[in-house]
Design a protein around this ligand. Structure first.
Ligand SMILES: [Fe+2]
Length: 345
């Protein structure tokens, strides 16, 4: 297997190529470099077997969906990824074929719930979980410093010391490290306890990236910024959450809520199914179709999607449009299904 880094910038995009079959996987493509990736692939005669995003990116637009359409290759992400364009959802330990070679998925949440690392021969692609002499921030939605520490200590740092480390970002001109080197000298981890790490990460005081909503919302919903007026982060933070068990109780009550499923029709009828009685209004169409919620007067509205991310956006939009009793199903249909609650298709 041979490897290339394609951007030579602070955001890293890697190719893993099986030489014998000339098939390749691309990891974390940027949207504004898709043409360049296609040119590199064509020049060498490599065919894309898969397009992998290590997580839902908040700092740049992902090129995965566009590249998937242009190259006819499936987009691969962890099962907790919110975006509808993902065609293969993977879990911890799962092998991913690249021609006659293989990458192995490690679920390494903490930067985001859907963060994966990819183990390939002599190296591991660590996404934004572990950087060279640093770690990815854990203060975006769904991030958790303690969980990130567990991912690094329990998964990445149990790999052999000589395994090379290739992160999705580097801001200081490094190109690679190793597990042993990071264990010895990563300033956020070496000689620090889990509590030290949580304390450090929760007090970094970093500003949010410029245009975080403009990158994050399209990456997690497949919608262009022009397609919808996305809520602000503070509107999103005010969304009230319901667990699957709480929603089940409310559905059985004398005044059950109106359920609005904001996924695409293919997802609504797909593998995860939908909750009985849930009314399908894809997120993109929600602002124009609020007249369908007229009979929700005096009832609660619960927004539902795959993992509770797009539906949080929907709940914030509805609240902004004057609906007062709006809730989000936390964890979405994934948690509903994991709790073995009934679905329809
Ligand atoms: Fe990231």
């Amino acid at each position: 297997m041979i490897f290339r880094e394609l951007n030579r910038g602070k955001c890293k995009t890697y190719l893993a190529i099986s030489e014998a079959s000339r098939k390749a996987a691309i990891i974390d493509p940027l949207r504004d470099k898709v043409d360049r990736y296609l040119a590199v692939l064509a020049y060498h005669g490599w065919r894309l077997d898969s397009i992998i995003d290590t997580h839902t990116h908040a700092d740049h637009r992902s090129g995965a969906m566009e590249l998937g359409e242009l190259a006819g290759a499936p987009v691969v992400m962890h099962r907790l990824a919110p975006a509808p364009h993902v065609s293969i959802h993977v879990e911890d330990g799962q092998p991913l074929k690249v021609g006659d070679e293989e990458l192995r998925v490690l679920h390494t949440p903490g930067h985001t719930p859907d963060s994966i690392s990819l183990l390939a021969k002599d190296r591991v692609f660590t996404g934004d979980v572990l950087f060279i002499h640093g770690t990815g921030r854990s203060d975006f939605a769904g991030g958790d410093a303690g969980i990130q520490h567990d991912s690094i200590m329990g998964k990445l740092f149990t790999l052999p010391d000589e395994v090379l480390v290739f992160p999705a970002h580097d801001y200081r001109g490094h190109t690679q490290s190793s597990i042993g080197e990071e264990k010895r000298s990563n300033p956020r981890l070496a000689g620090k306890t889990r509590d030290d790490y949580i304390n450090l990460m929760n007090n970094l005081g970093l500003p949010l990236p410029d245009g975080i909503q403009e990158a994050l919302q399209p990456n997690q919903s497949d919608l262009d910024p022009g397609a919808l007026k996305f809520p602000t982060l503070s509107q999103l933070n005010q969304v009230r959450q319901l667990s699957a068990a709480e929603l089940l109780d409310r559905i059985a009550s004398t005044n059950p809520p109106m359920l609005i499923d904001v996924r695409g029709e293919d997802e609504y009828r797909g593998e995860l199914g939908h909750i009985s009685g849930a009314h399908l209004i894809p997120l993109k169409e929600l602002p124009e179709r609020t007249d369908e919620l007229a009979n929700a007067k005096g009832r609660d509205i619960v927004a539902i999607c795959r993992v509770g991310v797009r539906s949080a956006t929907a709940a914030a939009i509805l609240t902004g449009l004057g609906f007062e009793q709006v809730w989000n199903l936390k964890g979405g249909m994934i948690e509903w299904k994991d709790a073995q609650l009934p679905v329809e298709r």
